[in-house]
Design a protein around this ligand. Structure first.
Ligand code: ADP
Ligand code: 5GP
Length: 190
């Protein structure tokens, strides 16, 4: 890996609005690219393999772990793995772009620790757990069982907010996108 751009990390519990905000940032900044993670979960909604995630079998994922292909990986939900590929970062940086991540709170903090001042770790804060639950239900992409798993993990994840560089409050989506945009602009100009 020769070149190194900056790292913009978005973390939060599932349903807080990370994906929506990250998509907004990608539209506004042509010099930022999304780090496509590998995952063992199945495709949901209108997701595209290779664009939203690299959807792989558990066997394939564990093979990549054994070959040290990940910068970080996590069993985010029981039996479901997610990980950031070294190749993905190298590809984006070699293309002279900065990289944006959508990671769970543990993975987000781990990357921040690894890359220090080259990275900004942003926590997306929903107005409350109740609102988070209603957004997750409204998204309509998870079975009741999956929803329960996401909700029970969310309670713990919300307590991680203070460990991040900065918090973006996502009550009003437009305001949250504006705030995120400003933070990213300032960070890239530093
Ligand atoms: P995450 O990536 O953190 O899991 P998403 O971006 O998928 O979250 O958002 C979860 C759901 O909540 C989506 O259906 C999204 O359209 C909706 N949503 C996001 N932000 C807001 C907001 N500020 N107000 C209302 N709905 C929102
Ligand atoms: P989802 O299934 O909703 O797309 O993602 C579930 C959780 O996994 C989210 O919190 C998301 O940010 C996180 N996630 C996605 N990719 C990665 C990754 O590569 N590493 C880690 N640690 N978490 C990830």
């Amino acid at each position: 890996m020769n070149k190194q751009g900056k790292l913009i990390i978005f973390s939060a519990p599932s349903g807080a609005g990370k994906t929506t905000i990250v998509h907004h940032i990608l539209k506004k900044f042509p010099n930022i690219q999304f780090s496509v993670s590998a995952t063992t979960r199945t495709l949901r909604g209108d997701e595209v393999n290779g664009k939203d995630y690299y959807f792989v079998s558990k066997e394939e994922f564990l093979h990549k772990v054994a070959k040290h292909e990940f910068i970080e990986f996590e069993e985010v939900y029981s039996g479901t793995f997610y990980g950031t590929l070294k190749n993905e970062l190298a590809r984006i940086w070699n293309d002279d772009k900065h990289v944006i991540f959508d990671l769970d709170v543990e993975g987000g903090l781990r990357l921040k620790k690894k890359y220090g001042e080259h990275a900004i770790a942003i926590f997306v804060q929903p107005p409350s757990l109740e609102v988070l639950i209603s957004r997750l239900r409204g998204r309509g992409t998870d079975t009741e069982e999956k929803l329960k798993e996401r909700i029970s993990k969310a309670e713990k994840e919300l307590s991680y907010a203070d460990k991040f560089d900065v918090i973006v409050h996502n009550d009003d989506l437009e305001l949250a996108c504006e705030a995120a945009e400003k933070l990213v602009e300032e960070f890239l100009n530093k």
